[in-house]
Design a protein around this ligand. Structure first.
Ligand code: BT5
Length: 261
């Protein structure tokens, strides 16, 4: 991927102001953290790589990151938020992804807390990491992986255990996707939602996310470190925590976990 080809499609105000493109890195989240340590720490800085050798998900999981076909992007945000509010930026990224997929005519679903699915299959994941100093957020690194041109046979061959649960935009559209254009559109969407955040704060992002997620008032099951909690989602607070009313009538606050279908 080439910087200029991405820049050609950019309309962003803040996100992507500094844009670094690599052929191969360990993880774009780590590269961005190194750049921050070296002083390239402008709000909205973006790192993109063609491939990752050790792409990761949450809780030490792997993110399969073959070269030449997908998007691996990390964006730096420096908002005034508490560490508890950092998951609101996972929501922000999810809203941006849903908007971009929708522009391709693809109806994407959000799976709490950080997955984007189409027809029940995962197409994208978000990994939010934070740097703190004195208990306050110094920066947030939002890592986004999107399966763009991942072919069906790669999924079958290399992703055996998750092959039934994985898809890509090219499979859905039946044609190759221009990765630089998609990358720019995602940066533009992140920029719009970041603008909303700066104007209207965390609650506005949570509200937009709730609308797109669509599970308030519905029953879900969540795996929290091996314990499955089921209940009706009563609300999502301004820090992104879920409140589930269980069959027993208890209200359980859920901070993180995985939705179980
Ligand atoms: C995620 O974690 O979904 C967050 C993924 C974030 C990846 C981006 S790429 C740019 C940046 N740099 C990084 O190193 N990471 C970020 P989690 O919810 O823990 O899901 C991980 C699980 O998704 C794995 O255990 C697999 O089951 C599945 N998975 C792995 N690779 C996949 C892929 N390419 N497509 C779909 N599912 C995948």
């Amino acid at each position: 991927m080439e910087v200029l080809r991405i820049r050609n499609h950019l309309q962003a105000e803040k996100v992507g102001g500094q844009l670094f493109v690599f052929n191969e890195v360990g993880s774009t989240n780590d590269v961005l953290r190194e750049l921050i340590a070296e002083g390239s720490d402008a709000d909205g800085t973006v790192v993109v790589s063609d491939s990752q050798t050790v792409g990761r998900g949450r809780l030490g999981r792997k993110w399969l990151s073959p070269g030449g076909m997908n998007l691996y992007l990390s964006a730096l945000f420096r908002p005034q938020v508490s560490p508890q509010e950092s998951s609101v930026f996972t929501f922000l990224a999810s809203c941006a992804l849903v908007e971009v997929f929708s522009a391709y005519g693809v109806d994407a679903e959000i799976k709490w807390p950080n997955d984007i699915l189409v027809g029940g299959k995962k197409i994208s994941g978000v990994l939010t990491e934070l740097g703190t100093s004195d208990g306050a957020v110094n920066y947030l690194v939002i890592g986004i992986g999107v399966n763009l041109n991942l072919p069906e046979e790669f999924i079958r061959r290399e992703m055996e255990d998750i092959s039934e649960k994985t898809t890509s935009l090219s499979i859905l559209l039946g044609e190759e996707v221009n990765r630089e254009k998609f990358c720019a559109e995602l940066i533009n969407a992140l920029d719009r939602f970041y603008g909303e955040f700066r104007r209207r704060g965390t609650q506005a992002i949570v509200d937009m996310w709730i609308e797109r997620w669509g599970f308030v008032g519905r029953e879900i099951s969540v795996d929290v470190s091996g314990e499955v909690i089921s209940g009706v989602v009563e609300r999502v607070d301004a820090t992104g925590f879920l409140y589930l009313r269980t069959d027993e009538g208890d209200l359980r606050k859920v901070i993180t976990g995985d939705t179980v279908f």
